[in-house]
Ligand binder design. Structure first.
Ligand code: ADP
Ligand code: MG
Length: 254
């Protein structure tokens, strides 16, 4: 594909923890407007790849570029400002803050002042009102307008996951990285998540989805990359990777 069709380009990316090659020489490209998924058995390096893409971990080798700009050495907050947002496999909410306040922190991450300055130097009333309004809009988008005032920690697990997605959306991302958003969701909630993912793409946001729920993955993905022991072992459409003997073997081997 031509460069203009590539939102995220990952080239020869590795992340080693001592002797563990958690991510090992992975290259991939993500086209805008798609849902791309990353699958693979437990411990295959999916979360590590997300963590390197978001800047939580530095890359051992290789490069990452977003819209043609090399972001390999950028800080996580700089990447958020450039349009990269994420959720975590293990939910990271401020449990004592309200749901709305949690979503509002997504926007503070995006502003130049950053989260800590935002906490130390409260925004003007007008800024605060705009931030609040946007956060409420994202809560409505994920189907949680009624719990804005509740402490985030009081919500059921599945709803906390939706709050994380709302918070990531509040940072106005170009590319949204989701690490196992369906983990711990019941079938009804997973169906709702399926619809939400499609609506996210409908807003022009590209999604990189790490997910174990194969029904969800095979149903929503335009493209799938398969990892095993940190290496890319297959890539293609859902039909292509499902028919790949190497992929079947990787899953049966665990
Ligand atoms: P997945 O998300 O596909 O289940 P992970 O990326 O969490 O896999 O883990 C890939 C490998 O890297 C595993 O062997 C895991 O133990 C190791 N690993 C992940 N994070 C760390 C870390 N912070 N320190 C050391 N090893 C890690
Ligand atoms: Mg993981």
């Amino acid at each position: 594909s031509v460069t203009g069709d590539v939102l995220l380009a990952v080239d020869g990316l590795s992340k080693h923890f001592g002797g563990v090659k958690a991510v090992d020489d992975v290259s991939l490209e993500i086209a805008p407007g798609r849902i791309c998924s990353l699958i693979g058995p437990n411990g295959s390096g999916k979360s590590t790849l997300i963590n390197v893409l978001s800047g939580l971990y530095g890359a051992t080798r290789g490069s990452i570029s977003l819209l043609g700009q090399d972001i390999t050495r950028r800080r996580p907050d700089e990447r958020v400002r450039l349009g990269l947002a994420r959720t975590f496999q293990n939910i990271r909410l401020f449990k004592g803050l309200s749901v709305l306040e949690n979503v509002m922190t997504g926007q503070h991450c995006r502003t130049s002042s950053g989260l800590f300055r935002a906490l130390l130097h409260p925004a003007s009333r007008r800024e605060e009102a705009a931030t609040r309004k946007r956060a409420l809009r994202e809560l409505e988008f994920v189907g949680l307008p009624d719990v804005a005032a509740a402490p985030a920690g009081s919500l059921a697990y599945g709803r906390q996951r939706l709050v994380e997605i709302a918070r990531a959306l509040a940072s106005d991302p170009t590319l949204l990285l989701l690490d196992e958003p369906a983990a711990g969701l019941n079938p009804h909630e997973t169906e709702a998540l399926d619809r939400t993912l499609r609506q996210i793409v409908g807003r022009g946001i590209t999604v990189l989805l790490v997910e174990h729920d194969m029904n969800l993955v095979m149903g929503v993905s335009d493209h799938i990359t398969v990892l095993n022991f940190g290496r890319k072992i297959s890539a293609g459409t859902p039909e292509q990777v499902q028919a790949d003997p190497g992929v079947i073997e990787a899953y049966l081997g665990t």
